[in-house]
Design a protein around this ligand. Structure first.
Ligand SMILES: NC(=O)c1ccc[n+]([C@@H]2O[C@H](COP(=O)([O-])OP(=O)(O)OC[C@H]3O[C@@H](n4cnc5c(N)ncnc54)[C@H](OP(=O)(O)O)[C@@H]3O)[C@@H](O)[C@H]2O)c1
Length: 209
């Protein structure tokens, strides 16, 4: 079964996914873009159906638990959720599993054989690891119409350039813009004859079409 690892997060225009203290109050933006699309429920449902499991760092999990405790719901439905942690964290639902250890082995040997749509949903530390280890096939960046000046970066501690290939752009009525990029393998540029926005050239090796 072909699999695809996607990193998805919502971030401020200046590239932060949370304030330094972890708060995400700024995600509630108030703006309107008349020419934008609306997120109709059918589209959202179809989109969610392409996700088979979620992977997250422990601090993101703790934020999700806190949201749930405040009555804001659990955003991952009944899909499996893999939480990376070395700690003994509360397990409030059967769909949650904890993992500690090497991320590359976990993704390639444990997740890829069993799941097609593998979504990394943060935070910055885990997303950075995912890219540094060459595990991500795709990045989805939902840019919110706000600047917050400081905070936790979308990708923490990247140690090299990561070439990308834009595959999709969408603007929504809320002023949110979603960018989707394929992560291109590092190394020599692909043959010029195979470049182009609608070819599969440059897709990473893990993406099987
Ligand atoms: N805007 C958005 O869309 C969005 C999305 C997600 C998160 N967030 C925000 O981002 C913040 C969290 O991001 P973050 O970068 O601070 O943390 P994070 O990536 O969520 O979690 C990092 C932690 O996960 C554990 N971990 C990571 N890799 C591991 C591995 N291979 N094995 C075992 N444990 C591992 C470690 O903690 P321990 O071992 O100590 O448990 C590590 O400190 C939160 O405030 C959250 O609200 C925002």
């Amino acid at each position: 079964m072909g699999s695809r690892v996607t990193i998805h997060m919502a971030a401020s225009l200046d590239g932060f996914i949370a304030r330094r203290d972890g708060s995400v109050d700024w995600l509630e933006t108030v703006s309107e873009f008349g020419g934008g699309d609306s997120l109709d429920p059918e589209f959202v449902e179809g989109f969610l159906n392409t996700i088979d499991c979620y992977v997250m760092g422990s601090r993101t999990y703790e934020t999700a638990l806190d949201f749930e405790a405040r009555g804001l719901g659990w955003p991952y439905g009944d899909k499996p959720v893999f939480v990376l942690t070395t700690r003994d964290l509360p397990r409030r639902r059967g769909t949650v599993e904890f993992y500690s250890g090497g991320l590359a082995g976990f993704v390639n040997d444990h997740l890829r054989p069993d799941f097609r749509g593998i979504w990394f949903v943060g935070g910055g530390a885990v997303s950075g690891d995912c890219l540094r280890l060459g595990l991500a096939d795709e990045i989805r960046y939902s840019i919110l119409p706000v600047l917050i000046g400081d905070g936790i970066r979308f990708f923490e501690k990247l140690d090299r350039d990561v070439p990308l290939h834009l595959t999709e752009v969408k603007a929504y009525k809320t002023g949110m813009v979603e960018l989707c990029y394929a992560v291109r393998p590092s190394g020599p540029a692909p043959d010029a004859s195979s470049r182009g926005p609608h070819t599969s050239a440059g897709l990473p090796s893990g993406v099987k079409e």
